[in-house]
Design a protein around this ligand. Structure first.
Ligand code: SF4
Length: 368
């Protein structure tokens, strides 16, 4: 019996709820999510099947628990089940069957047993004002516990916008002095997975990569894995063709909105928001994300945009990169042929033309 109050499942092939094929599939998706080849997914599955499941200690601070909820509602296959088989979830205040001293003992046991190897997942912002008295668990402040466990962790992951940079709790006037884990744990490497909520596959891929290869994904200057946060949403948005064609919804419910046109004029922050929401579906349900259901992106992965810039405000478009879906124009190697150069010229011309149409439409509408 493990700390979750369920039977431990060292051999995944005997797990009733998860077939071996499903298991390898989710590992392959996780590997693909972090930019690793398909064979890495099989290696991840082998590692877990051999019983080497990474110990995960999951802390909850100032947050809504939305990241955990999102994780549990993943499907096809049920990631909520798989996460319990893929990792040894040794401490999680929301999911524990036990309570009180029992789970605090489990925490201390896991820390002692896996010191230097466990993955510390932090969900929620850390209040720092007045010595952090605004958030206590088991008589200790979030500041005390985070600092203590971070010293002993093998890797630290901040899941969600609150843990990554403060999120809603840090919005002005920030009465509790809430900060994200990287700001609190200055000098330590903290992988940040901002999002409100974060995509569960971005967490799973990061955790499995660390467990299998002992490495972390490449990160940007904010600690975000490049596999998920290198591009802005605008670059791979399904409404991008409407932006390029100058077709904008002017208000919620108008004909353009109902036709799936670009949401830029309704305040979409996609042009400045780095995330893979449009490429990696939440819960494997295509279209289940804000822009997919007709709401402008609020920029939740960006400190300084979400919960700071009003939802209806427009942001400048300073990264007019073409979507990945547009055909490439460069030869794989060697010099560019005349044909390729011609195609490149056409593509650049088309991109400029599209941008021109959009900018003309934007400025024309702005004059109205
Ligand atoms: Fe998509 Fe928003 Fe860009 Fe329009 S402005 S294409 S809705 S990301």
């Amino acid at each position: 019996m493990n700390h979750m109050g369920t039977e431990a499942t060292a051999d995944v092939e005997t797990t009733a709820a998860v077939s071996r094929r499903d298991f390898i599939k989710v590992c392959t998706i996780a590997a693909g999510a972090v930019g690793l080849p398909a064979w890495a997914g099989e290696k991840m599955a082998e590692t877990v099947a051999s019983g080497k499941k990474p110990s995960v200690i999951w802390l909850h601070w100032q947050e809504c628990t939305g990241c955990t909820e999102s994780l549990l509602r993943s499907a096809h296959p049920d990631l909520g089940t798989l996460i319990l088989d893929l990792v040894s979830l040794d401490y999680h205040e929301t999911l524990f069957a036990a309570a009180g001293h029992q789970i605090e003992d489990a925490l201390e046991q896991a820390v002692a047993q896996h010191a230097g190897k466990f993955i510390l997942v932090i969900e929620g912002a850390i209040p720092t004002k007045d010595d952090g008295i605004y958030c206590r668990v088991a008589g200790r402040t979030a500041m005390e516990t985070t600092a203590r466990l971070a010293e002993k962790a093998g890797a630290i992951v901040a899941i969600g916008s609150c843990a990554s940079w403060g999120g809603i709790p840090s919005a002005s006037p920030n009465p509790t002095g809430a900060v994200g884990a990287p700001q609190f744990l200055k000098g330590k490497t903290v992988v940040t997975l901002p999002g409100c909520p974060a995509n569960p596959y971005n967490l799973l891929g990061t955790v499995l990569q660390f467990a299998t290869f002992g490495t972390l994904p490449k990160l940007d200057d904010k600690g975000r894995p490049l596999f998920a946060y290198a591009r802005v949403i605008h670059e791979d948005c399904p409404r991008r063709a409407h932006f390029d064609a100058g077709q904008f919804a002017q208000q919620f419910g108008d004909a353009g909105h109902r036709s799936g046109w670009c949401l830029y004029k309704l305040g979409c922050k996609g042009p400045q928001t780095h995330a893979n929401c449009s490429l990696l579906s939440y819960c494997e349900v295509p279209g289940a994300w804000p822009i997919g259901i007709g709401h402008p992106c609020v920029g939740c992965t960006e400190q300084g945009i979400a919960f700071h810039v009003p939802i209806s405000n427009n942001l400048p478009i300073d990264k007019p990169t073409a979507p990945m879906a547009y055909p490439g124009v460069g030869p794989a190697q060697g010099g560019a042929s005349a044909v390729a150069a011609g195609v490149a010229g056409l593509a650049v011309g088309a991109a400029i033309g599209a941008g021109f149409v959009a900018s003309r439409k934007l400025s024309k509408d702005g004059e109205q």
